[in-house]
Design a protein around this ligand. Sequence first.
Ligand SMILES: [Zn+2]
Ligand SMILES: [Zn+2]
Ligand SMILES: [Zn+2]
Length: 252
Amino acid sequence: MSLTIQLSGSGGAQLVPAFGCDCAACHRARRHPRFRRRPCSAMVRYNGAVTLLDAGLPDIMDSWPAGSFRQFLLTHYHMDHVQGLFPLRWGVGAKIPVYGPPDEQGCDDLFKHPGLLDFSHTLAPFVMFELQGLRVTPLPLNHSKLCFGYLLETARSRAAWLADTAGLPDKTLTFLRNNAPDIIIIDCNHPPKAETPRNHNDLNAVLAINESLGCPRVVLTHISHQLDVWMMHNPLPPGIEAGYDGMEIVLD
Ligand SMILES: [Zn+2]
Ligand SMILES: [Zn+2]
Ligand SMILES: [Zn+2]
């Protein structure tokens, strides 16, 4: 039984192209839609069941009609990761489970007026649970809002989703070292900078993390137009690849 992770969005909150920007990356994305980057999110399919990992796509309801997915799995309650939930909650039909970190605030009035959404599935760090046979372990990340990454695990493979984050907390790094993922999909909002930014990784931070993990395949996500411009002039190191909208990762 294979595990499929499809990136439905690989951009940061600013998106590519960024409003009003005419840098080389934004210019290219306007001319060629395949270079656009929508809000960072993914579709995870295992055992015939679809989980939507984050809900930042504003038109999520058009791509995923009622019944086409089983649940949401949220990393955190920043707008670029949950905005698609706002219209969807006023829909008709069965409740939809939402799994996510124990953030008491959430985003705007989502918890006060959940509509169809069932936010009772609050997760605890490092406490594994199952979604239709897929084993999922929440991993604390470093971000300006309470944020979990996830280890997604089947009998034969492991993938770690690590966004949004700046570096990784020691406990998460140790957990990942002990559970050696086959692939990590990780926040790399920024091109290499002299100092690691506060809320998101730059490429140097990703390389430092993987120095310690030794993961054979690293996919970058939450990519800004500045990193796109950087990548137009610089190759990525071996084993590191840029994610893109629609990218499909299939694990055994
Ligand atoms: Zn974000
Ligand atoms: Zn730009
Ligand atoms: Zn965020």
